[in-house]
Structures are given as structure tokens and as C-alpha cells.
Design a protein around this ligand. Structure first.
Ligand SMILES: CC(C)(COP(=O)(O)OP(=O)(O)OC[C@H]1O[C@@H](n2cnc3c(N)ncnc32)[C@H](O)[C@@H]1OP(=O)(O)O)[C@@H](O)C(=O)NCCC(=O)NCCS
Length: 215
């Protein structure tokens, strides 16, 4: 498994709401003995600088600053296509993507976490789970045994995956949604908030409701 990042220089790409939550993860790691030197945020869009200032955080500039960086990075942007683009750009200049795990998260045995993945507070991953590049497991998300998660996947707060689920790349599972065991959720699908997924989901499909049906 990628080494979990607890010490070293780090930038967060994306200074919006989730990016600032990622800074909370960094602060929690440092509060429990880590030594991450947070250099600042990179963002290509408009940024509320006041919200950064009160945290004592700096906006370093846009993602075009990569040439000037010598540090690890994570992408705190929810849109999977942005994570994919930044991953490509930053991999090309060999900047390492950090794996961040909040100290209150639980990560079981035989779990692999891909580069850039961020595991937020109280998230739980059980056993024999493989998670791809730049995935976000948000607050209280759970992942059951023998589940395989592609890259650029997002589990919103409180999303639950049962055992032996397969999630393709770029899947988003909305807040409070559940996926029962042994299902395949195709690449680029979106599971709406609060849905109960009880059948496979075809790639690129948005499903909502209980039981979940295509929107
Ligand atoms: C599923 C989702 C992606 C659809 O977004 P959208 O394409 O913009 O859909 P709309 O808001 O236009 O809604 C279209 C219809 O679907 C319904 N709908 C939307 N989301 C729904 C959901 N989660 N469950 C049930 N019905 C839903 C709407 O009520 C609407 O029905 P109507 O046409 O009868 O009024 C979105 O509503 C959602 O659930 N996102 C999850 C967000 C999340 O988890 N955020 C956490 C942030 S931390």
C-alpha cells in the first residue's frame, strides 16, 4: 500500500469547502503526532481568501505553479474530472500524491489506498479492500470487505458500501446512500443522496431513490 503521509511538505489543490476540510484532516494528523508542513492551497478559480486567512492558510496560486513546487500534494476538489486532470499534470512532473488518513478513521487489514486518496474523520474500511487513485472517503463513509474501488471515486458523508462491491472510476455515492453486497457500479455513475442500490448500475447512470432507479 502507498505509505500514509504523516510528515513532510504538502499543498492542497482546491481551496473550496472540501479543500478546507482536507486541511482539518492535516491539522488532526499533526495534533496526533504528525509533522506535516502545510505550504498552502493552489486553486485555478475564485477563492474566498477571508476563509483561508482565518486559518492562517495561504493561496499559493493556480495549478500552473507546479513547476515551482517541491512537495507532496492532494486534490481537495469533489469533481472527479478535476482530480483526473490534476493527477495527470502533477504525475507528469513527478510530484508525489500523498495519502491522508484522519486519525479517527479505521482502516482494516489488507487494505490498499491509492496515491492521493483522502480518508476523512470516522470513515471505516474493513478488510481486503482496494481503493484507487485520488479517492475521497468523506465523514462516516463505510466500505465493507472485499470491495474494489476505482480511481477518482467519491463517497459523500455517511455513504455505505457493503461487501464485495465493485465501483468503477469516477463514481460518486451521495450522502447517506447505501449499496448492498455483490453489486457493480459502472464508471462515471452517480448514486443520489439517500439511495438504496440493490441492482447493478450501468456506467454513466444517475440513480436515485429506494430502491434506486435511473433518474
Ligand atoms: C442525484 C442528484 C445528483 C441529481 O441532481 P440533478 O441532476 O441536479 O437533479 P435535480 O435536482 O434536477 O432533480 C431531478 C429530479 O430528481 C429528484 N431527485 C434529485 N435527487 C434525488 C435524490 N437524491 N433522491 C430522490 N430523488 C431525487 C428531484 O426531486 C427531481 O424530481 P422532480 O423532477 O420530480 O422534481 C442529486 O440530487 C444528489 O442526490 N446529489 C448528491 C449530493 C450529495 O451527496 N452531496 C453531499 C455533499 S457533502
Amino acid at each position: 500500500m502507498e505509505k500514509i503521509f504523516t510528515a513532510g511538505r504538502l499543498v492542497i489543490v482546491g481551496a473550496g469547502g472540501f479543500g478546507r476540510e482536507v486541511l482539518d484532516v492535516v491539522d488532526a494528523i499533526n495534533a496526533s503526532g504528525g509533522a506535516i508542513e502545510f505550504l498552502g492551497f493552489l486553486d485555478d478559480g475564485p477563492v474566498n481568501k477571508d476563509l483561508l486567512e482565518v486559518r492562517g492558510a495561504t493561496l499559493l496560486g493556480g495549478s500552473d505553479r507546479i513547476g515551482a513546487l517541491d512537495c507532496a500534494y492532494v486534490v481537495g476538489v469533489v469533481d472527479p474530472s478535476v482530480r483526473r486532470r490534476i493527477d495527470g499534470q502533477f504525475s507528469a512532473v513527478r510530484l508525489p500524491a500523498a495519502v491522508l488518513v484522519h486519525p479517527s478513521a479505521t482502516v482494516g487489514s489488507q487494505v490498499t489506498l491509492g496515491p492521493g486518496s483522502i480518508i476523512c474523520a470516522q470513515a471505516s474500511i474493513t478488510t481486503n479492500v482496494a481503493i484507487g487513485r485520488h479517492c475521497h472517503l468523506n465523514l462516516h463513509a463505510t466500505v465493507g470487505h472485499d470491495t474494489t474501488i476505482g480511481s477518482y471515486v467519491t463517497l459523500m458523508p455517511g455513504a455505505n458500501l457493503s461487501g464485495s462491491v465493485v465501483l468503477g472510476d469516477d463514481v460518486t455515492v451521495g450522502t447517506g446512500a447505501s449499496v448492498i453486497q455483490n453489486l457493480n457500479i459502472g464508471a462515471g455513475s452517480y448514486v443520489g443522496a439517500g439511495a438504496a442500490v440493490v441492482r447493478d448500475v450501468e456506467a454513466g447512470t444517475t440513480v436515485v431513490g429506494v430502491p434506486a432507479r435511473p433518474l
